[in-house]
Design a protein around this ligand. Structure first.
Ligand code: PLP
Length: 226
């Protein structure tokens, strides 16, 4: 078994165990393999091991890898990095799900670009800066209601949930995941916002316990980044 295939199997087993511990169906938790900074060959290897959802953080890198891997028919790209409006035109034709909408102006631009690229309606999540950390992107909790309404108002976008980047500290990460779930409850619940994108290599078990439907795992699959 290749290193990547073995690591993937291990991560899937971690998700399965965490789901069992939380009495959740593991099929309701999607693994997004975060391939930023890793070569297209590594993505191909993971694909051959059965992985289908991949996450990228940088628009240009996404474009290059999508081109290099255009022969893989079922590969689904997720955009998980901070997205500037002027890069929306690069990402909208490729990504199946954008995890990081954080302003009404980005929502508008993405809607426009999705329509132009024939990708309407494009599924998006709204990123929330739950902890209010200054260096993090995402809407503040007190801006969330307005931003969700702005995304809903875009005819070429489909709002499917919320995303957050947790703090490194595991106790703080748990509080952030619980808060994201609470924000969802106050914003229409799972009927309006079925997806919660939270959890990474170090904290995916906590995220699954807190209701994550998408976990974004990079280094545990592809190894440490330079
Ligand atoms: C890099 C990154 C990840 C993956 O982090 P790991 O700790 O390597 O699993 C997940 N989400 C986002 C938004 C990232 O930028």
């Amino acid at each position: 078994m290749s290193t990547i295939a073995g690591a993937l199997a291990e991560v899937r087993a971690r998700i399965d165990r965490a789901a069992a511990a939380a009495a959740r169906d593991p099929k309701t938790i999607r693994l997004v393999a975060v391939s930023k900074t890793k070569p297209a060959a590594a993505v191909r290897e993971a694909y051959e091991a059965g992985q289908r959802d991949f996450g990228e953080n940088y628009a240009q890198e996404l474009v290059e890898k999508a081109e290099a891997l255009a022969d893989l028919p079922d590969l689904r790209w997720h955009f998980i990095g901070h997205l500037q409006s002027n890069k929306a035109r690069l990402v909208a034709p490729i990504a199946r799900l954008i995890h990081t909408v954080d302003s009404p102006s980005l929502a508008r631009e993405l809607g426009k670009r999705a329509a132009k690229a024939g990708r309407s309606p494009l599924a998006v999540l709204v990123e929330v800066n739950v902890g209010g950390e200054a260096q993090k992107h995402g809407a503040r909790p007190d801006e969330l209601a307005e931003l969700l309404d702005a995304v809903d108002a875009e005819p070429d976008l489909t709002l499917t949930g919320l995303m957050t980047m947790p703090p490194h500290d595991l106790d703080a990460a748990r509080r952030a995941f619980e808060e994201l779930g609470a924000l969802r409850e106050r914003s229409g619940g799972a009927a309006r916002l079925p997806e919660l994108s939270m959890g990474m290599s170090d904290d995916l078990e906590i995220a699954v316990a807190c209701g994550a439907t998408l976990v974004r795992v990079g280094s545990a699959i592809f190894g440490a980044r330079a």
